[in-house]
Write a protein that binds this ligand. Structure first.
Ligand code: AMP
Length: 212
């Protein structure tokens, strides 16, 4: 089964993807995580991506699509995956469709998590990430037991540079899923919209129901 998770930054894609991956054992592929790992490791790809990420802009398609296609060509992605943060536009969606068609597969579900703008801004400002294991927290909705410390591994929590207030509004404007992308999946008959302003557990339940 191949799933794409769609939604604006702050809709909860990363958090929900972790939960769906735990519940279904589907492989979780996040292009944002892949870029962040490259930035941390200081690779050429990371240096290039960071020029865009730090400004809240999308990394160019040729870079992102190349990275994603390489990832899904690996054996662990043969039977299924959940894409989180990809595709962000129609060109990326076509590239993904084509690659899956080459494996005799297709996107089975496109799950759109919807959240109002003012709520998104509040959420993005409060997001913290473990420097060590990548687990996500939110100071209001899902705080760690001890401030600044990861419950799972004891790692240090940090705030993403692109979650700082000046960058957040730019990201929202530039990175909402474009109407044409949503239309692409609607026309393929696989789009389902989930209300992302329900409590976390209710959103997870709705997403799991949508794919079973
Ligand atoms: P995310 O964790 O999905 O919010 O992604 C963090 C940043 O990585 C974004 O703000 C973009 O700069 C970049 N990025 C992630 N996925 C993509 C994508 N599919 N296309 C272009 N840029 C991306």
């Amino acid at each position: 089964m191949f799933i794409v998770l769609l939604g604006p930054p702050g809709a909860g894609k990363g958090t929900q993807a972790q939960r769906i991956a735990d519940a279904t054992k589907l492989l979780h592929i996040s292009t944002g995580d892949m870029f962040r790992e490259n930035v941390k490791a200081g690779t050429e790809l990371g240096k290039l991506a960071n020029e865009y990420m730090a400004k809240g802009e999308l990394v160019p398609d040729e870079v992102t699509i190349g990275m994603l296609l390489e990832r899904i060509s690996r054996p662990d992605a043969a039977k299924g995956a959940m894409f989180d943060g990809f595709p962000r536009n129609v060109a990326q969606a076509f590239a993904l469709d084509q690659a899956l068609a080459g494996k005799g597969a297709r996107i089975d579900h496109a799950l759109l998590i919807s959240v109002a703008d003012d709520e998104l801004i509040a959420r993005l400002g409060g997001r913290w990430i473990c420097r060590n294991c990548g687990r996500l927290y939110h100071e209001r909705n899902d705080p760690p037991k001890r401030e600044g410390i990861c419950d799972a591994c004891g790692g240090e929590l940090y705030q993403r540079e692109d979650d700082r207030p000046a960058v957040v509004s730019a990201r929202l404007e530039k990175q909402k899923p474009p109407g044409a992308l949503i239309e692409h999946y609607r026309q393929a008959g696989v789009l389902k919209e989930i209300d992302g302003q329900q409590p976390l557990d209710a959103v997870t339940r709705a997403l799991l129901e949508a794919i079973t």
